[in-house]
Design a binder for this molecule. Structure first.
Ligand code: SAM
Length: 294
């Protein structure tokens, strides 16, 4: 391609960084005239390079990739083989998208490492072909509420530590009335030595020592067997809600008060006007099965 004789090699790394690059990626890196990488990887490059090259070749030009605009400007000035190191899959919420906006696809060769979502599903041992995902990076947590409207079987949430990390995930799940419908897994520092993957008990507070690098998996739970349900005071998530308006229902606490105040007779007709989810009427019938519900 005129002006760009050498394609850019974009290589994903896992938590092991340079130490766990596969041989093909090591070869590309060793042939590079210039290398761009996040600062945390750049710091370890000189030592890695001297270990690899045994002092034969000088260290290539190095460039931090943390600021995408500066990276693009620098890449435009290159006319020799360049390697760009990224984390995980560069095409999954990584630098890949920004590079493709700046350069033709033919000039970019991608070599992904497993992405954090893959690692998370591997850790909990669940297939992920039915999974979907949402990123809360720089976005309002309402993006999660929208994603939940489709009641995904499994949802990976990329969290933004600057916006509260896992806390808004919990909060949106609760306000959507879906807390009983999803198992919550918090996956911290995947692949790192201090990796931690845990399933949160519903209603348990978030651990105070959560790490900033974390991903939350929401896994749909099977509805509880009817005989396991309490007589009344069912969790909101047990009810089938309008998929486009989850959470828009009379909440459990209010239903409890209503059911007490109604002082339901054993028999008669109960009119549930404007029933959307029908939760009040349905709970009333569990208490008073001989009522007629309209
Ligand atoms: C900008 S995205 C980058 C995703 C990356 N390209 C990948 O392939 O996983 C960053 C977000 O991914 C998640 N993430 C990335 N690496 C992670 C790890 N090792 N452990 C847990 N979550 C991780 C976190 O939610 C983090 O805020």
């Amino acid at each position: 391609m005129p002006g760009l004789p050498h394609p850019f090699q974009v290589i994903g790394t896992d938590a092991g960084g340079l130490a766990s690059l596969p041989p093909a990626a090591v070869r590309l890196l060793c042939n590079a005239e210039a290398i761009a990488a996040p600062q945390r990887l750049l710091d370890s490059l000189p030592q890695w390079w001297s270990d690899q090259q045994h002092g034969d070749r000088p260290l290539p030009q190095l460039q931090a990739s943390d600021r995408p605009d500066a990276l693009i400007g620098w890449l435009r000035s290159q006319n020799a083989p360049v390697v760009i190191l990224a984390s995980g899959d560069p095409l999954w919420f990584g630098i890949g998208r920004r590079l493709l906006q700046a350069f033709p696809a033919e000039t970019l060769h991608f070599h992904p490492a497993p992405c954090s979502m893959q690692l998370a599903f591997a850790r909990i041992g669940r297939p992920w072909q039915d999974a979907t995902w949402v990123s809360l990076h720089g976005r309002s947590p309402e993006a999660l509420a929208s994603a939940l409207q489709n009641r995904p079987a499994a949802l990976a949430v990329l969290t933004d530590p600057g916006q509260g990390g896992a806390a808004p995930v919990r909060q949106i799940l609760r306000s959507s009335g879906l807390e009983a419908s999803y198992a919550v897994w918090v996956c911290e520092n995947l692949g790192h030595r201090d990796e931690r993957v845990m399933r949160l008990a519903s209603n348990a507070p978030l651990p105070p020592d959560l790490q900033p690098l974390l991903l939350v998996l929401l896994i749909a739970e099977d509805p509880p067997l009817p005989e396991r349900l309490p007589l009344f005071g069912l969790e909101d998530g047990v009810f089938l809600q309008h998929p486009d308006r989850p959470g828009l229902m009379t909440k459990r606490e209010v239903r409890l008060q209503l059911l007490a105040d109604l002082e339901l007779p054993a028999e008669g007709v109960l009119w549930d006007l404007g029933a959307g989810t029908g939760s009040v009427g349905l709970e009333a019938l569990r208490l008073r099965p001989r009522l007629q519900l309209l």
